[in-house]
Write a protein that binds this ligand. Structure first.
Ligand SMILES: [Zn+2]
Length: 140
């Protein structure tokens, strides 16, 4: 319960980089600020505050390493934490928004989640091509 996952085919891109400790700290701060900006801009500041952390690589709790390597984001609702694969800022912002949409709805990818992603897309939120193709309903 309370755990959600995002899978992105672009995770391999990031593997060309190996984040230094200084980069991790810098990007983490930027993604944290992005969370707060997105919360204001797209959620009317209704989401509770979450701590955003970066991991290189992201190993998802309770998930075998060979599966974790396909997972780019993880939302721990119980501890109010978002764990992100260490994409250079702002490359992972679509993953961040995906996890925020889980906070706003539930841990599944059903109709409620898709409706929320469609709402975010209509507001011009930078969801990225994978989220748009996978979760956003076609509009006329
Ligand atoms: Zn998800």
């Amino acid at each position: 319960m309370g755990a959600t996952r995002s899978t992105l085919s672009t995770w391999k891109d990031r593997k060309r980089h190996r984040a230094t400790a200084a980069q991790l700290a810098e990007w983490e701060e930027q993604y944290q600020r992005h969370f707060e900006d997105f919360n204001r801009k797209y959620f009317a500041n209704t989401l509770p505050s979450y701590r955003v952390t970066l991991h290189d690589p992201l190993i998802v709790p309770g998930t075998p390493a060979e599966m974790s390597k396909y997972i780019a984001g993880y939302c721990d609702k119980k501890r109010r934490r978002i764990l992100l694969e260490a994409f250079p800022f702002p490359k992972g912002e679509g993953i961040l928004l995906h996890e925020m949409a889980h906070i706003a709805t539930n841990v599944h990818h059903g109709p409620r989640f898709r409706q929320e992603m469609t709402r975010l897309a209509a507001l011009g939120a930078p969801l990225g091509p994978v989220n748009l193709a996978t979760y956003v309903a076609d509009r006329p």
